[in-house]
Design a protein around this ligand. Structure first.
Ligand code: FE2
Length: 268
């Protein structure tokens, strides 16, 4: 496989159909179902509904950088977890053998190298459900807002585990807009997570491109590329597996939300 670097540099994304085998897609979906099966939502939902809601929720999130944790859709109220989860994150690739093996297979390593990551580190993984009817929207953002290095090296690998189209909330992107500045940072300050504006420049007024993707397609997202996805109002799920890489040569910002004090980052 040859990686079209010129297109990546021009557009800020690459769409690679049939990147992940159907067997690997099956394995990820089956493993996610098992993890959900073994997850007891009671304590988590209860913790979030007490007076300490804000703190408990923040801690559950902040510790998830080196854990496997479960996050619910905002619109989900009483549904069972299997129908109500928004995502699982954020260290599936290090803590779960199935996700580890598929994330670190040679073709993913080769892609990272092709993209110019000389010392690739697997920073974050998410299993994204985008459930039928209730799967929420993800607003326009740049991934470097959340995962900051100097210089910026964060690179998203997003893999469709169901066919993703306009009706079930496929990725949307502003083609070429990765050449603009980083607008915001989401970071720790005085033990709180806050969003700071770095550059008030609006997103370019270009027509968003729908990155429709069949199952197994991998979409590479430049860390500065503005992207989003609409809610899923269809009756079809739109599961995806997302992996974020950084280059170990860059400086990892000490105030990023995601810190790994007990689980050092690893490459391929
Ligand atoms: Fe993103």
């Amino acid at each position: 496989m040859r990686t079209d670097l010129a297109a990546y540099q021009r557009d800020g994304y690459l769409v690679l159909p049939d990147f992940l085998s159907p067997a690997d897609c099956d394995a990820l979906q089956a493993r996610a179902a098992e993890l959900v099966e073994g997850f007891d939502p009671g304590p988590v939902r209860t913790a979030f509904s007490t007076r300490d809601q804000g703190h408990a929720k923040a801690r559950y999130f902040r510790e998830s950088g080196e854990a496997i944790r479960f996050f619910f859709e905002e619109e989900a109220t009483d549904q069972p977890a299997a129908l109500a989860l928004n995502k699982i994150g954020h260290a599936l690739h290090d803590l779960d053998p199935v996700f580890d093996k598929i994330s670190r297979q040679p073709k993913v390593a080769a892609l990272a190298r092709d993209l110019g990551l000389a010392e690739p580190l697997l920073l974050q993984s998410m299993y994204l459900f985008k459930q039928p009817q209730i799967g929420g929207e993800v607003g326009w953002h740049q991934d470097a807002t959340y995962l900051h290095t100097v210089p910026s090296t964060v690179t998203g690998l997003w893999i469709a585990l169901d066919d993703a189209d306009r009706d079930n909330g496929c990725l949307m992107a502003l083609r070429g807009a990765h050449r603009g500045p980083l607008r915001q940072r989401f970071h720790e300050k005085d033990d709180e997570l806050i969003t700071s504006t770095l550059d008030p420049a609006p997103w370019p007024a270009t027509e968003p491109v729908a990155l429709e993707a069949r199952r197994g397609t991998l979409v590479v997202l430049h860390g500065l590329l503005p992207h989003a996805s609409a809610p899923n109002r269809s009756d079809r799920p739109r599961a995806a597996y997302s992996l974020h890489l950084i280059d170990g040569r860059a400086e990892y910002s000490p105030d990023n939300w995601l810190q790994r004090p007990d689980l050092p980052l690893r490459g391929f």
